[in-house]
Write a protein that binds this ligand. Structure first.
Ligand code: FE
Ligand code: FE
Ligand code: ZN
Length: 307
């Protein structure tokens, strides 16, 4: 039997780099992970420490974490869809090229990217800007692949339909290096029906091809279908629901695809005014295939005691 490939968003720090990400992953009993090389909302990047990277890679091997299942998320402030400010647009292209090089230095070959928001340029111009940018970013025949994430369609976000993602892929010359990342919260918020995932997957297969799914973000949603909001909820506590998410996570045709949780941190009333990751508990619940009615309470108790 093939093993479930599951993990979550984890941190990557200036001092510990990838080693921090791996340690955090192991603390959640996960076997893959996703991280930003720095803060998601900025483009400041520290130099990658070679020695710590090697230590991290060794730790992964020892714990059966296949580096081919590990994901980097590009910062969400780069926007390839809008070129009104030419300097900004060129900066985004240049930054992503360098981000792919950094991914390569870390030994990671999948980088998730939000396609971008056209702002006020319209759908067609926006999509063309993305295609043009990707053709520069992916001009080398080999290198890490970009996984275009399906989006909720908040504001002027592109990539909210399979057709838009398909248009982008069609325009990219180097198709070997462009794949797709599904996000269950985004799909729901964009208007797709996750209560009939087989049908959704068939539709995806007809338009883009199921083999192009390289990653899946597993999130519940705070909002109803077609709300175009993009607010993630903890597993089983949102409008998608536990059973529907379990069907996706354990889908026969998606066994080899890494599943990544990006669910919200939990407030714990311990006077420290900070929130705590739910992933250890959500992963356990997913492995048990049984919804934990006390999920939030269990998380709060755990972090009240342990920290
Ligand atoms: Fe994302
Ligand atoms: Fe996502
Ligand atoms: Zn999201």
């Amino acid at each position: 039997m093939e093993k479930l490939i599951i993990g979550s968003h984890v941190s990557y720090t200036k001092d510990e780099g990838l080693l921090k990400s791996v340690k955090e992953t192991l603390s959640y009993n996960a076997n893959t992970f996703m991280f930003y090389i720095g803060a998601p909302q900025n483009t400041i990047r520290a130099k990658i420490d070679e020695e710590k990277t090697i230590t991290a890679q060794k730790l992964m091997q020892e714990n059966n974490i296949d580096i081919n299942n590990v994901i980097i998320h590009a910062p969400y402030i780069v926007n390839l869809a809008n070129n009104k400010d030419e300097d900004k647009y060129n900066f985004s292209i240049d930054f992503l090229k360098k981000e792919l090089k950094r991914a390569q230095t870390l030994g990671i070959n999948k980088v998730v990217l939000h396609p971008g928001s056209h702002v006020n340029l319209g759908l067609e111009k926006g999509l063309n800007n993305i295609i043009n940018a990707l053709n520069i970013i992916l001009e080398d025949k080999e290198g890490p692949i970009i996984c275009l994430e399906t989006m909720a369609g908040k504001g002027t976000e592109l990539g909210k339909t399979f057709e838009e993602i398909k248009t982008i892929i069609d325009g990219v010359n180097n198709k070997e290096r462009v794949k797709v990342c599904l996000d269950t919260c985004h799909l729901n918020d964009a208007g797709y029906d996750l209560t009939n995932f087989d049908k959704l997957l068939d539709e995806f297969d007809k338009i883009i091809g199921i083999n192009n799914i390289a990653c899946i973000h597993i999130n519940d949603s705070k909002n109803i279908k077609a709300s175009h909001k993009d607010r993630h909820e903890n597993i089983g506590l949102g409008t998608i629901g536990f059973e529907n998410l379990i069907k996706i996570i354990y889908h026969e045709k998606l066994k080899k695809v890494p599943k990544i949780l990006e669910t919200p941190y939990i407030s714990v009333d311990n006077g420290k005014d900070r929130t705590y990751p739910p992933y250890k508990f959500e992963i356990e619940m997913i492995k048990n295939k049984k919804f934990n009615q006390n999920l939030i309470k269990d998380i709060q108790n755990y972090y009240n005691k342990s920290l």
